[in-house]
Design a protein around this ligand. Structure first.
Ligand SMILES: NC(=O)c1ccc[n+]([C@@H]2O[C@H](COP(=O)([O-])OP(=O)(O)OC[C@H]3O[C@@H](n4cnc5c(N)ncnc54)[C@H](OP(=O)(O)O)[C@@H]3O)[C@@H](O)[C@H]2O)c1
Length: 289
């Protein structure tokens, strides 16, 4: 039985993925923060859903929490076949009005969180000569929107980190790839916090109205008939996990791509071609061990 570690399993894509992977005979380590507190209901639901699911306490924003959680999973499972870095938060609003503290909080979860979990699993994956790390970014990590400046920056940081890491891991047999969802109706809006620099917001009355208009458009779009549903992201994670090692695309868009698919199509050959300058083309293919 293969095992998978999913971060941010209490809601949205992570919750649905825990169920889908369990249905497909994976042992699922569904990690979440506060499983004995604010997320206790989600823990109970998931563990009741399938005996293949074990909920593990992990806050990706905390060094110690990630260390303790990953050590306990590795001790129990022996190895980790797939890590899905899915946990994330979003702030939306006027870029200038977010404080450095708010930017730090966002980067800490969305970017440093991925570094923490990745560093925790790589030693065992490298030793085994196999393993898959899926990092969740966003269409807004490839094309950038107004009112999502720090969010886009955090996702672009993960794009850069994952691409570099993919090349570096090529000779180890470990693969790391990206999933870039478009907009989906999950609980992500629940993580929004308003701009802390309220005095700056006050100076942007015209822009505030534009932001309000954008939020209305997004809400209408998400509720429109036939709009892509969050289960598509869980299905994309599973499809990628099931593909043979070394055959997976570096980037997969899901849902409304907002042009990210076109950016990928145009830039991936340029990106990979850049290795030629230093004769490193052999890092383009993951070595199967
Ligand atoms: N929905 C979209 O439109 C969309 C589009 C593109 C990309 N994404 C990305 O997809 C991923 C999943 O988001 P979602 O849409 O499924 O949103 P969601 O329903 O809000 O789920 C996000 C999950 O991340 C968890 N989380 C937040 N901070 C955490 C922390 N410090 N440690 C551990 N877990 C933490 C949340 O846990 P709590 O319940 O404890 O808060 C929640 O389970 C995120 O990375 C998001 O940026 C979403």
């Amino acid at each position: 039985m293969k095992n998978v570690v999913i971060t941010g399993s209490s809601n949205g894509f992570g919750y649905l993925s825990a169920q889908l992977f369990a249905d497909n005979a994976y042992k699922v380590y569904a990690t979440m923060r506060n499983p004995e507190g604010s997320n206790s209901e989600k823990k109970q639901e998931l563990e009741k859903y399938s005996s293949n699911i074990k909920v593990v306490n992990m806050d990706v924003a905390e060094d110690e929490s990630v260390k303790v959680a990953m050590n306990s999973i590795i001790k129990e499972a022996g190895t980790i076949d797939v890590l899905i870095n899915n946990a994330g938060i979003m702030h939306m609003g006027i870029a200038e009005a977010f404080s450095i503290e708010q930017a730090n909080q966002l980067m800490n979860v969305n970017y440093y969180g991925i570094i923490r979990t990745t560093q925790a699993v790589l030693p065992i994956m490298r030793k085994e000569g196999k393993g898959l790390i899926i990092n969740t970014t966003s269409a807004y990590g490839r094309v950038f929107a107004p009112f999502a400046a720090t969010y886009g920056a955090s996702k672009a940081a993960v794009e850069a980190y994952t691409q570099s890491l993919k090349y570096e891991l090529a000779t180890t047999g470990v693969e790391t790839i990206l999933v870039e969802p478009g907009p989906f109706a999950t609980n992500l809006a629940g993580s929004f916090s308003p701009e802390a620099r309220t005095e700056i917001v006050g100076e942007y009355s015209e822009l505030q109205a534009i932001f309000g208009g954008m939020m209305e458009e997004v809400a209408t779009l998400l509720q429109s008939e036939g709009f892509p549903q969050p289960n598509l992201v869980a299905e994309a994670y599973l499809k990628l996990a099931e593909m043979p090692q070394g055959s997976r695309p570096t980037r997969t868009t899901v849902g409304l791509p907002l042009g990210a698919d076109k950016v990928n199509e145009l830039t991936q050959p340029i990106q990979d071609g850049s290795l030629q300058a230093y004769k490193m083309d052999y890092l383009l293919e993951t070595k199967i061990k």
